[in-house]
Design a protein around this ligand. Structure first.
Ligand code: ZN
Length: 279
């Protein structure tokens, strides 16, 4: 399923505008390499790997993820990324729980693009990751639209191939410029819907620079690039991405606090602040 892209007119902001008034076109080092499809996606990342007690409003159960997905959909979000959990609140690739989570979200927001994680930390054995992804293909309404696959993980190409074989798109996670080189060397697997340029540097002063390094190393790609940071680097990287009309993301997976350092009240709060960034 291809989700509608978040349309800037619907949410009243314009990525390309500047709070300082119109100026010359942005010519950053990254701009030459960025995807320029016109309309940018703001994805909501609802929980990530955070422990259940990381925040009182962190969605862990399927129904809570579905509630948050509906709330961000009402703000114009068309793509969510979640880490499904088992009854013990731990992350899982088990088709039973992945299917329950995706189906619960789909019931609340049928048009939403729903993505899930496949990280090595959830299932270290690549063969078991592949088995899980293949099983997701039979989940019907519980089948994810896309799954994220990290380029630095052993077996990543095979996991991508498994996803493609069952009609699940792939978001390729690129954490470093070295990963970007790996991707360029290997080539983009068929079925890739976007590349995630993930600045994992949490120092706000260097998080953007790290993101730019990854973008440069990725070079020109035939699919959109979604650039994001995390923790103290999240807001700086989001602002940078929005200024350059790159896709980006926000939510409790990446950050628990507002740009001013206050604890956010929920995923919808973070999304509202992200959308307000470029007003
Ligand atoms: Zn994730």
């Amino acid at each position: 399923m291809s989700a509608d892209r978040l349309c800037v007119e619907h949410v009243g902001f314009e990525y390309r505008s500047s709070p300082h008034g119109p100026g010359p076109p942005i010519r950053s080092p990254a701009a030459d390499f960025s995807w320029d499809g016109g309309v940018s996606v703001l994805q909501a990342v609802l929980n990530g790997s955070r422990p259940a007690d990381a925040h009182p409003a962190l969605p862990v159960l399927a129904r809570h993820l579905a509630r948050d997905a509906r709330e961000v959909a009402e703000l114009g979000i068309t793509s969510v990324h979640v880490h499904p959990r088992g009854p013990d609140t731990q992350e899982t690739l088990d088709p039973l729980y992945v299917g329950d989570t995706v189906a619960a979200i789909r019931a609340q927001v049928p048009g939403m693009e729903i993505g899930v994680a496949t990280g090595r930390w959830i299932q270290p054995d690549p063969r078991k990751r592949i088995e899980a992804v293949l099983a997701w293909g039979h989940l019907g309404v519980g089948k994810p639209d896309v799954c994220s696959v990290n380029v630095h993980e052993k077996g990543w190409v095979e996991v991508c191939n498994a996803a493609r074989s069952v009609g699940i798109g792939v978001e390729l996670g690129v954490w470093t410029s070295g990963d970007a080189v790996t991707l360029r060397t290997t080539g983009l697997p068929a079925g890739t819907v976007r590349v995630l340029a993930e600045s994992t540097v949490s120092d706000p002063e260097t998080a953007v620079a790290e993101g730019v390094r990854i973008l440069r190393a990725l070079g020109s790609l035939p699919v959109p690039v979604l650039l994001h940071g995390e923790e103290a680097g999240a807001w700086n990287v989001l602002e940078y991405a929005m200024q350059r009309s790159l896709d980006t993301r926000i939510g409790f997976e990446d950050v628990l606090v507002t740009p001013k350092g206050w604890l956010a009240t929920g995923n919808d709060h973070l999304v509202k602040l992200a959308l307000a960034t470029r007003v």
